[in-house]
Design a protein around this ligand. Sequence first.
Ligand code: ACM
Ligand code: ZN
Length: 554
Amino acid sequence: MKGIPLTALLVIITFAGCGKKEENMPEKYSIIPKPVELVMARGNFLIDSKTELTVYPLSDEITRVAGFLAGMLRKSASVPLPVSEGAREGRNRIVMVIDTAASDSPEGYTLLVTGRNIVLKSPTPSGLFRGVQTIRQLLPPEAETEGGLTAGVAAEVPSCYISDYPRFSYRGMHLDVCRHFFTVDEVKRYIDILALHKFNTFHWHLTDDQGWRIEIKKYPELTVTGSQRKETLIGHGGRPPFTYDGTPHGGYYTQEQAREIVKYAAERYITVIPEIEMPGHAVAAIASYPWLSCTGNRLNVQTRWGVFDDVFCAGRDTVFAFLEDVLDEVADIFPSDYIHIGGDECPKVRWENCPACQKRIREEGLEDERELQSWFVTRMEKYLNSKGKRIIGWDEILEGGLAPEATVMSWRGINGGIEAARMGHDAIMTPTSFAYLDYYQGEPGGEPLAIGGYVPLEKVYSFEPLPAELTPDEQKHILGFQGNLWTEYISTISHLEYMAFPRAFAVAETGWTPALKKDFEEFLSRLEVLKKRYDLMKINYFKGDYRDLRGQAE
Ligand code: ACM
Ligand code: ZN
């Protein structure tokens, strides 16, 4: 994007003139997602007890970004690495500078590593943070461990010039904490691993039939009752008879904890988008407050998986007052522009038989229950817009008419995204057959129980988020790519990591790296090198066959 600086050229010329290449040299440059432009050079920058880290301009935020690198090196290499203000590209320095000329992209950066110093530049702190993740991956994997760079492994960064920026503005991973609850520390660890690979969005699925996981102060029953279920289905719950484990399962995040996670993610330049499901997937809420449903019947928090008939009543104004109150608190906790309102898998049978819902259909001049769903979502959208928020919904929100400002998350294939983009709406691609990381990643016979499907790493990697049938202007509405992790069959953090990784890394590269620079075989060779880092980080990633064994990935 920007020209290569003279110093970089000198390094490259030096390298080119050297004749003999260092052995396995490209291995040292195993970065995921692959940078847009990477020029390798001979030599290293060695971090020692005299190395200083300077930032310019000095601010708390940039000091914090620099602190991620300094903290890691202090621990692993036992170097003091003081951080102070300075832009001078002096000897034995790591220099981090805000420079609007460094990139046209807010998350872009340039990185120049020579034997003399490391210079990282970006127009924004978030770009510096992305650049720090690159430096981190250029360091030996032992940099991830306490004392790892003190016992015979040098704290060095291989010389190079990198100019890098993301292809898409939205690069997300989702996590369902309703089907199984994950602790604050587990969520933070997930965010940490996403940050290493330059994700910028964490979609946090907080409410569903099997559990309501976010404290709402005005409605305490949501967490007293709605966050707990009596037991959980054993095995694959297609049809009766169902068997259950007899073990209560539950948990929720206090508002304070949720804010802590938002802050933790924000420090890693990851936006948390909360999802509050409506009108369907509402059983845990209804179990807490039966007046939220059409029948008013008392229900239990669901103990098995699926789609359930009891949904929020669309006829009662008290339901909307409740949802608005909930969203008031949610909007206050989560500073993201977006709130995800779900919108998927909402059966209409209760509405068909509910006098209040039928009255609503008549009074609003709606055609049918599908239009009632659209009316419901549009009403909630208006409310959130009035609070300065925008909505995302699963692609079912297209049915019966799309809310005026809504962004569509296309999961049942890519057609929802195509339709939304053609209507001038933004869309995020997350189709089941490429992006559902709860699907099997190896042949089902040898794998722990999963929901179904077959989405090996190669398949995830092969996804192209921009549909060829869209015009360039329409393509601009495709904001990016997201991997989804539903947890019906995932109850531990170690299993969660096994399902998420390395497939999420393929999502990361597809969201960041230009399509023409992607190459699955070469991605695999970088992954092989990074595995040592993941091992030292104790990430439980899938180690089976990464190829699509059922044929050519599309
Ligand atoms: C979904 O997977 N129900 C969005
Ligand atoms: Zn109703």
